[in-house]
Design a binder for this molecule. Sequence first.
Ligand SMILES: Nc1ncnc2c1ncn2[C@@H]1O[C@H](COP(=O)(O)OP(=O)(O)O)[C@@H](O)[C@H]1O
Ligand code: SF4
Ligand SMILES: [Mg+2]
Length: 321
Amino acid sequence: MGEKLLEIKNLTVAYETDLETVHAVNNISFSLEKGSTLGIVGETGAGKTTTALSILRLLPERTAKIRSGAVLFKGEDLLSYTESGMLKVRGAKISMIFQDPMTALNPILTVEDQIGETLRFHNAENKTSAEIAAKVEETLEMVGIPAFRKKDYPHQLSGGMKQRVVIAIALACEPELLIADEPTTALDVTIQAQVLAMIEELKTRLDTSMIMITHDLGVVAQTCDDVCVMYAGEIIEIGSAEDIFTAPAHHPYTVGLFGSLPNLKADTPRLSPISGLMPDPTNLPKGCKFSPRCPRRMDICEEKEPSAFVNGTHTICCHLY
Ligand SMILES: Nc1ncnc2c1ncn2[C@@H]1O[C@H](COP(=O)(O)OP(=O)(O)O)[C@@H](O)[C@H]1O
Ligand code: SF4
Ligand SMILES: [Mg+2]
């Protein structure tokens, strides 16, 4: 076992308004070893982004409530940090790449100003302005953008280049943990592969650990050491990438989600695409949350929440096991 960089323990997050409570993340636990990449997969609404925003404490303050849990980063609980303590963590130790580069970039600042701002804010080494300017150029070139483009505003860049700038900002301070939330979803297919390859290369070069949130199984296969599958705010299966792709037994939801993968065992029941919708997060079903859609549902499933079946590094939460 390597050193644990991040450990999420029993995290529960809800969005509360006068009218309703959205149960977005329900008692999830996982950990990330230093230097490794953990994939989080699941349909839209599964709670992936809420999990990521909880780690960085970027949840909307008015409605989001972290009801329980701990987010241990190098053994310290980020949930106990003050906002000024978190400012020193965000961008410098943990960075996030958001799905849509346009929401992450400021339209009225040049590329140079936006990368420079992060560097100046976390200027632990007391770099001079000239050193920061040089670092901006170095960071741009690292993500494959010629340094002379530093005077450009976001609207002057293509979608792929904008996402490269977002990645440059995220990596400028060489964080220990990078959270990539569907980093290629908003890009053209041809650009997706390039950006992914670049993230992988930089991660190795900078020795960054990573959480890769995606619904693209190709991305999981290409980049992840471990994978958790989320459904209705819960982690229903977790394991090494090898467990997830080659183990004989899986959660029926994973089978459905991964149904199109050729290297899952041929005799595994397929349900691709999975019919039905994720349950209403304001009114989650009793028992197994997947039971309304599950082709292997049994009587007990609607009554009792399944407990975790652990087989080495592989855990499945389902009454079948
Ligand atoms: N700011 C918010 N206010 C209320 N509900 C939200 C908010 N953000 C997300 N949700 C709800 O929380 C659930 C989990 O969302 P999210 O974490 O964005 O999932 P994912 O990233 O897996 O698509 C969904 O039901 C979503 O509609
Ligand atoms: S617990 Fe039951 S309903 Fe849930 S996934 Fe397993 S078999 Fe299906
Ligand atoms: Mg999301």
